[in-house]
Design a protein around this ligand. Sequence first.
Ligand SMILES: [Ca+2]
Length: 339
Amino acid sequence: MKKNVLFFIASLSVALSSCGNKGASNSTETTNEAPVEAVQTTSATVFDCDPGTDDACAFLLFAKTIGEPDYMISTFGNMPFKYTTRNMNIMAKFLGMNSILCQGIGEPSDHHEVTCGDFHGTDGLAGIADEMAAKYGVTDSMVASNKDLAYLASEINQKDSVTYIAVGPLSTLANLITKYPETLSHIKNVYIMGGGITHFNKEGQTEYNFAGDGPAVQTVLSSSLDITIFPLDITEVYAGIAKTEIDSMDFSKYPEMKNILLQNYASNVKYTKDATGCVIHDCLPVLYYYDKSKFTVKDYKLVANSIGHIEEAADGKLIHVAMEMEKDFLVNSIKESLK
Ligand SMILES: [Ca+2]
């Protein structure tokens, strides 16, 4: 979604001594009008992900409904880094995306092990990552040729307005902030799937992505960035798709998406009491980027602790928190993307 806006600067009435004919400073031939100049402002979108079955659904929305992000960058999370990075490459090829692919931070700052077992399948893509890599021509050398974080930082610094969407642990964004602080003035909006106000899925009253790198959450939430978060409070209520809906979808164009949604559903049934469908958390910040009018957002002053628990505090940072979304916006968007 690259948007270029041209602003035209009116001619400057500046008499330049170097203009005009030499030795003819009094000549009436000299006009004071400089050529019209065009100053280009550029915007870009970065998708920071750890695919993951719910990340994979966000890829589908980007590719088929919203418009692909300019840059995608992988981090660890749903699976170890080598899997999530390969999965990002697989999903991009599968969906014909031309985004520039980068590799971000591969482990949390405190080096603790992050795992959700086989929730997303043995490989993060419902156990069909190898099959998809072969079918869509994703090679190890292709993955190895992904750009790095320094490259992404230099690209961000050349843009006037960057939207940064993070749907995994926040290690990569935290590293951008600390190692490349000049990027802060170029990143205008940050949309994050993570955290919980009253809903939690990890010990210590936190959430999987935020628990993945608590110190990174602290860095991000104490930065000058304008941040909107999509905590479990909204995703657990609005990011579900019932099994009956999945069964009614037409997957003929993208059959692998059925495996991915059913993997997510099966794991929900296995690990969550009374589950009736899949929960594709990461789609909500992506849909917000697409159409903010469908969401209700409330401002909180929040602080984070070192394990990624967030809570209100008088001296906390003002964070926009998405609390509600128009019913059926997600399921209708997925159906539209499958067409
Ligand atoms: Ca994710």
